[in-house]
Design a protein around this ligand. Structure first.
Ligand code: SF4
Length: 269
């Protein structure tokens, strides 16, 4: 029997997203567990908090006319609706939250969503789309993702808006977050024919906004980076070679118990 013919070639994921690019560059082995082996990952309270905040803000900007976007509408209509929907889903149900934990979550999400109103005047926002699903190919790389919000600026230009509910990154990691949103701008052009002029990261915890003007050079750089990561993933799948990268992110890794590079929670950094 030809032994080579029996070798298993790992299945390459069908598309890349900014979060998959970060996952692969942060630790190739964790990427393999999540996106090639597709091992189940437990939900976390942070994920549910983020999902709830996005869902409340989606309703706020999608359903309400500009002058109806008040704090009262956000907290008394959009947030309760989002709570009803998200808490019934698998992500939240798997956590088995009790009434006190749900109330704590509601208070935290209300504060996060409320901060969006400190960062911008919602009645002045012209929304083009919310939670916009994009699936496209840019320079041969299949890309997929969801843009939290796409706005139209008063001069007619598009703005890609991304909400962040975790801690704002240090300067060292800030570039990586903006890079991901810049790739969304490239994906947006591929489907609409229009390159957004600006990307905005709204950090709702602090609260603070990071704004960058999109240039062709930035877009070209991010598309090239995505192409290089895509090639590296294809190569890693062909060779079944995904190197672990031990570091601070192991503390939040869902796979540390099976990772040969660390020996479970006690050995984490
Ligand atoms: S525990 Fe650390 S090294 Fe191991 S897979 Fe997770 S992130 Fe990578």
């Amino acid at each position: 029997m030809d032994m080579e013919a029996t070798e298993t070639i790992l299945r390459v994921p069908t598309a890349l997203s900014p979060s998959k690019i970060s996952s692969f560059t942060n630790c190739a082995l964790a990427f393999k567990y999540a996106y090639v082996d597709r091992l189940p990952q437990e939900s976390t309270i942070e994920q549910v908090r983020g999902t709830l905040t996005h869902a409340a803000l989606e309703r706020f900007y999608r359903d309400l006319a500009p002058l109806g976007r008040t704090e009262e509408a956000l907290l008394e209509h959009c947030l309760p609706e989002a709570m009803t929907e998200v808490l019934a889903g698998d992500e939240a149900q798997s956590l088995g939250l009790d009434a006190a934990q749900i109330e704590e979550l509601r208070v935290e999400v209300a504060a996060l969503a409320r901060h969006a109103l400190d960062l911008e005047d919602p009645s002045a926002v012209e929304v083009v789309d919310t939670e916009m699903k994009i699936e496209t190919e840019v320079e041969g790389v299949p890309l997929r993702g969801i843009i939290d919000r796409l706005d139209r600026r008063s001069d007619g230009a598009l703005i890609v808006v991304d909400y962040k509910t975790g801690k704002a990154p240090s300067e060292r990691y800030e570039h990586g977050h903006l890079a991901g949103v810049t790739l969304y701008a490239a994906m947006c052009r591929a489907v609409t024919g229009e390159l957004p002029a600006e990307v905005r990261l709204m950090h709702l915890r602090e609260p603070m906004v990071l704004v960058a003007q999109v240039t062709e050079r930035m877009v070209h750089g991010q598309v090239r980076r995505a192409a290089a990561v895509w090639k590296a993933i294809e190569r890693a799948c062909e060779r079944d070679s995904f190197a672990p990268k031990v570091g601070p992110l192991c503390n939040w890794c869902s796979f540390s118990d099976r990772c040969p590079a660390v020996k479970g929670p006690a050995a984490r950094h």
